[in-house]
Write a protein that binds this ligand. Structure first.
Ligand code: ATP
Length: 773
């Protein structure tokens, strides 16, 4: 057979990059494809989509198509994978992989980015390791000539983990996992209402054959009474244990029971724990009216949540960078995320580690199995156990170690405040501390009538907080007022209630309040107690952290809003919507929201707005609308932070665009306002609230200094936050003095500033503003 023609590689470092999605579909895969295609084109490379996963690679021909910029328009908001996926048997065999190698070379493709689960990534690694021998065989069989294969001696592969199970080691999150969790939590929240109404029990089965991440996180997010996960099977006698816990909760006054079972749940002898067995126990032994709900494939569906869109986008960009950085000997990387940092890890080690979890489970070595999951997984598991079951005598501290811990909310409400309060209170109760809620912030604490306090401080009981795992807003009430409004009175109240530690949840006001208390310790001895702040604000503008509770809920509310108006914009006519986002003087919400919705432009207070900028953006819009064709028409969005400019308001910008478009397109403005605070907190905010609140309680519990020693200790007033790949407690003094831009009410170095270029690159705006680049 005559060898098929193959194009030469692109000149210089430029590459032809194939992108494929493989294994089970996961929300966010489309965002990954969009990011890879556009970043590749931005870098001067050519991008190809391999349709239907490895099946397309083996079939070749029209299954491997060159992608242009416009081909991925609108991808971000679509669920599943638009380029298709398949389970492909022929790629498991060498002849299939031989054909795949030939197909890649005949298209001139010399790098492959694969988004899939551990199976897909194992296949990818095998393909790369066999590559030289596959080329040899192709020449031997006269399928290709030596000259043709020569430029393709090295195939670079980069893995991205797309899987709803979050089952890959070496990364905190896989693309799709949080979207799936959102679907599960939404379903359980709905079930919760009916369970409560009828005082029923529900057994809910969620996906996860070898990995209990979804079940664990759903358990934490919904305050489920009991969970079953494959990595940590319950001890023998679990039947009685589960019934005991459920009975206790019922005896305390709980009207509903939720038990979450991972698909792969089993006991310590590897016998399956089925939903029907759990149901029978609850029904027969406890006499509860019990139903089973199997969520099934709804867990895979729907559009990606904000986090998955951002994760997929940033990882897609990183994957292209990894291709361009790779040399012939570079080991195949997989793109991961640790806390808030996108990283590259050796792919095969990650796959090996992942497989060893399943092996450890099979070998009944459950300590090893849970140990092989990320540290975060273990922490979450401990947090769940500590904060869920009421009355666990073995967790109680001796009397002399128990403390009175005050909990206060400061500033605007943010998703996650209630779950954090619930977790803190439950932790305190489990350990024997007294959790004391201060209602309505510092003004609430100081509110007195005839010199008597009026019900603003009360001890929390288990049942008070039990239902707060999924509740939005602030149940104990929040207020912007600062202690400085009446420092003497605040100190008097602290003295009166004899707090041993203070847990402050809130945004920049909370940060300011803690700073005031810390500085007032010289004067008022009552403030000489350990204080910890948990940042919670939609604006995500608190120094010392890259993540505040509530910002994920806010971004999800914003993308839902933007998706809806974008649909309206594309259905009616060529229209651009200018959407005003919250965020105060921080452009975080606008920028990361822009990344999640694929905004045409983002205006932030950090950068400001000027006429030249608007002019270039209008030229860009004109150009983009001119390229719109048929199915690919999509409405455009611009996100403008509420404080980006005093002059160029959201309405004025929309009017300028309309006027300058010369009738070629229309423009409107939209202000989602407080919609952005979200209703029900997102699962990410719920689970992080629990993890962070427990850490804060542990800090207060362990803190032992007092008096002058405490005043001198920088760690006596702290803030918990995520910094890059680390979760850290930072001393407030350091943050106040070195990391805070006080007039602008934001951190001096905002971690997300660099993300703005990515929004611009992926919308094509970057080239318009930097023609020299
Ligand atoms: P999910 O986590 O959703 O199950 P996955 O990527 O693990 O995703 P698999 O069905 O295991 O899903 O793998 C997808 C495809 O990857 C397979 O159909 C096959 O084509 C290829 N593949 C998997 N394992 C291998 C292997 N060991 N060798 C070659 N190809 C493989």
């Amino acid at each position: 057979m005559a060898p098929t023609a193959a194009p030469p590689p692109l000149p210089g470092k430029k590459r032809r990059i194939g992108m494929m999605t493989s294994g089970g579909d996961a929300p966010g895969m489309n965002g990954a494809v969009r990011a890879v295609v556009r970043m590749a084109i931005h870098k001067g490379c050519e991008a190809f989509a391999v349709y239907e996963g490895y099946e397309g690679l083996v079939q070749g021909g029209d299954y491997i198509r060159k992608m242009e910029w416009e081909d991925v328009r609108g991808f971000l908001s679509e669920g599943g994978t638009l380029i298709g996926t398949a389970r492909c048997m022929s790629f498991m065999q060498r002849p299939g992989r031989l054909q795949a190698a030939k197909n890649l070379i005949t298209k001139g493709i010399d790098a492959l980015i694969i988004c899939g689960g551990d199976g897909s990534l194992t296949g990818a690694d095998l393909f790369r390791s066999e590559w030289p021998s596959l080329l040899e065989e192709l020449v031997q069989k006269n399928e290709l000539t030596t000259e043709q294969v020569e430029p393709f001696r090295h195939l670079n592969i980069v893995g991205m983990v797309g899987s709803i199970d979050n089952d890959m080691s070496s990364t905190d999150a896989t693309i799709g996992a949080y979207s799936s969790l959102a679907r599960i939590c939404q379903a359980v929240d709905f079930i919760d209402a009916t369970a409560f109404s009828h005082s029923r029990a529900f057994v809910v089965e969620v996906m996860g054959r070898h990995c209990g991440w979804l079940a664990l996180m759903a358990g934490i997010s919904t305050g489920a009474d009991f969970i079953f996960i494959p990595e940590n099977p319950p001890e023998d006698g679990w039947e009685q244990e589960m019934c005991k816990i459920v009975s206790k909760h019922r005896a305390l006054g709980k009207r509903k029971t939720i038990v979450i079972v991972a698909e792969g749940a089993q006991d310590r002898h590897l016998n399956k724990i089925s939903c029907s067995k759990v149901k029978d126990l609850l029904a027969n032994d406890l006499g509860l009216d019990t139903r089973v709900t199997t969520l099934g494939h709804v867990q895979r569906g729907g559009p990606a949540c904000a986090y998955d869109r951002t994760l997929a986008t940033l990882q897609g960009v990183e994957a292209v960078e990894a291709v361009l950085d790779a040399g012939p000997e570079t080991p195949t990387p997989v793109i991961s995320i640790i806390e808030n940092k996108i990283c590259r890890q050796p792919l095969m080690e990650a796959v090996k580690l992942t497989k060893s979890v399943a092996e450890a489970i099979q070998a009944k070595d459950f300590v090893k199995a849970i140990g092989l999951r990320d540290a975060e997984f273990k922490e979450y598991h401990t947090a769940y156990v500590t904060t869920t079951a009421a009355d666990q005598p073995h967790l109680l501290l001796p009397e002399n170690k128990r403390k009175r811990i005050a909990i206060i909310h400061v500033g605007a409400p943010a998703g996650g405040m209630n779950p954090a309060t619930r977790a803190a209170a439950a932790y305190c109760l489990a350990r024997g501390h007294k959790p004391i809620a201060i209602s309505n912030g510092f003004p609430g604490l100081c509110r007195h009538h005839d010199d008597k306090p009026i019900g603003s401080v009360q001890e929390l009981k288990w049942l008070d907080v039990e239902g707060w795992a999924s509740r939005g807003g602030s149940e104990i009430g929040t207020n912007r007022g600062l202690p400085s409004a009446d420092m003497a009175k605040t100190a008097e109240c602290f003295e009166k209630y004899q707090f041993d530690g203070l847990f402050v949840i809130g945004g920049f006001e909370a940060f300011t309040a803690v700073s005031e208390l810390r500085k007032a310790r010289e004067q008022y001895k009552a403030f000489r107690i350990p204080i910890v702040t948990l940042p919670a604000t939609v604006s995500n503008n608190v120094p010392g952290t890259e993540y505040s509770l509530g910002n994920d809920t806010c971004l999800n509310a914003l993308i839902d809003y933007c998706d809806a108006i974008r649909q309206s914009a594309s259905s009616s006519r060529r229209r651009v919507f200018v959407v005003e986002t919250q965020g105060g003087r921080s452009g975080f919400v606008a920028t990361v929201g822009g990344l999640s919705v694929g905004a045409a432009a983002v205006y932030t207070p950090e950068e400001g707005i000027n006429l030249k900028m608007l002019e270039l953006d209008i030229d860009h819009l004109r150009d983009q609308f001119a390229k719109d064709r048929g199915q690919n028409r999509a409405g455009k969005l611009i996100l403008r932070n509420e404080r980006a400019s005093d002059v160029y308001t959201t309405e004025i910008i929309a009017n300028i665009i309309k006027e300058e478009s010369n009738g070629r397109f229309d423009s409107r403005f939209a202000v989602p306002g407080h919609v952005q605070q979200g209703g029900i907190p997102s699962p990410m905010d719920r689970v992080r609230a629990v993890r962070l609140a427990v850490k804060c309680m542990q800090y207060l519990e362990d803190y032992s200094l007092s008096g002058d020693d405490l005043v001198a200790d920088p760690m006596s007033a702290t803030l918990i936050g995520v910094k890059g790949a680390n979760l850290v407690l930072s001393p407030m003094k350091q943050l106040e003095e070195h990391e805070t831009d006080w007039p602008a009410r934001r951190p001096k170095n905002e971690f997300w500033l660099g993300l703005k270029d990515i929004v611009d690159i992926l919308s094509g705006r970057y080239k318009v503003h930097h023609p020299e680049a």
